[in-house]
Design a protein around this ligand. Structure first.
Ligand code: ADP
Ligand code: MG
Length: 358
């Protein structure tokens, strides 16, 4: 069902995105990126594609580390361990190879990874996968979280996959594109991944006509009459996740105003929580980041931001500080730059900071 709010995993519940599915399924380069704002359907796109490809895979859902300030090597290994166990249940023949890897032990039917002295090396697991499968996919969902990983430098390992492995392909998704590129450092000559070409699938929010067809199809599916498509697009915008949420509430309430209000309220709560995650480690500038976001709810220029901050604090704030705040907000996909104006990355981010008292 289109208005089901969990990530989709098959095409019949997934609206359009035909080109994006086909492009992802090509896996044209050893590492493929899936980029797009939060809730544009990246995880769904990956799940639909994996299902259709029918290639064995492991799926590391890094979103669970969103609230953490760092990820230890142990956390990372435990995620891998659970995915390798899932894989092992289907492909028991990998056992012998697994057992030969340093730091791997088998207890009954469970594979255990050690993260202490004899710690499992990620590259050994990659070699095992390369040897054991003709084709294999590793998904890092919300891969920008890997920038918080301690105790292992992942970029040389990714470069190793890129340059040497034929069977193992990597898919990385990212909601915070600037951060993901900073992590991969493709343009940094001193980085192991320097100069590698990565095939990229980008999911844009739905344009007006797409958002309307999306809602139409959702309502047709459940045979409910609906006509206020324009109102919905104009208040909520084109992010598929918000439209899905709106649809599911409408099915329940059959009331336009209540459904819109509930969606706005839900979006605001989620967005503020995600903003709090962004502020972790930036506490000293917390108030300033809120002022910047509030100033930009209807877009604004550099000078608007400077005036607002200085008016708030009654002191001079240096250009480099302003530059840094804007840069961080762009890097984490809170705002986008259009010409000389800075705007919220999507309408409900604008709504959130307009509506929030702090
Ligand atoms: N093209 C689509 N068709 C149907 N539902 C979608 C589509 N894109 C996103 N959704 C829905 O929107 C929500 C967010 O999608 P998700 O795949 O979790 O996005 P992301 O991983 O980019 O944050 C989910 O409820 C998902 O079912
Ligand atoms: Mg996702």
């Amino acid at each position: 069902m289109l208005f089901d709010t969990s990530p989709k995993d098959n095409r019949k519940d997934f609206f359009d995105r035909e080109k994006e599915i086909e492009k992802l399924k090509e896996l044209r380069t050893p590492i493929t990126l899936v980029l797009g704002l939060r809730r544009t359907g990246k995880s769904s796109l990956i799940k639909v594609s994996l299902n259709e490809l029918n290639i064995p895979y492991i799926y590391l859902d890094l979103r669970k580390f969103e609230e953490e300030s760092y990820i230890s090597y142990k956390d990372f290994l435990l995620e891998l361990q659970s995915e390798i166990n899932r894989l092992y249940k289907r492909f028991t023949s990998i056992l012998d190879f697994l057992k030969s890897i340093k730091g791997v032990s088998v207890m009954g039917n469970e594979i255990r990874f050690s993260w202490k002295r004899e710690k499992v090396r990620f590259s050994d697991l990659l070699d095992m996968l390369e040897e054991s499968f003709n084709k294999f996919i590793i998904v890092f969902d919300e891969a920008q979280e890997l920038i918080k990983l301690r105790g292992i430098n992942l970029t040389p390992v990714l470069a190793y996959v890129y340059d040497n492995l034929k069977n193992v392909k990597i898919i990385m998704s990212g909601s915070e594109m600037g951060l993901l590129y900073d992590f991969l450092k493709i343009e940094d000559p001193s980085s192991p991944l320097f100069g590698r070409f990565l095939s990229t699938v980008e999911l844009k929010p739905f344009a007006r006509h797409e958002a309307i067809s999306f809602l139409k199809r959702g309502f047709d599916e459940v045979k409910i009459e609906f006509k206020d498509y324009d109102t919905v697009y104009e208040t909520i915008g084109g992010i598929p996740g918000w439209l899905t949420y709106f649809g599911s509430v409408y099915l329940d309430t059959r009331n336009l105003k209540i459904s819109i209000d509930k969606t706005l309220d839900y979006a605001k709560r989620l967005i503020l929580r995600e903003f709090e995650n962004f502020l972790k480690g930036r506490e000293v500038a917390r108030k300033r980041y809120f002022v910047v976001m509030r100033t930009l709810v209807n877009c604004g220029k550099w000078s608007d931001v400077k005036h607002a901050l200085e008016a708030e604090e009654g002191i001079e704030i240096s250009d480099s500080e302003i530059h840094n705040y804007l840069r961080q907000l762009i890097r984490h996909s809170w705002i986008i730059k259009e010409g000389d104006r800075y705007c919220p990355a999507e309408p409900l981010i604008g709504y959130t900071f307009k509506a929030s008292a702090f």
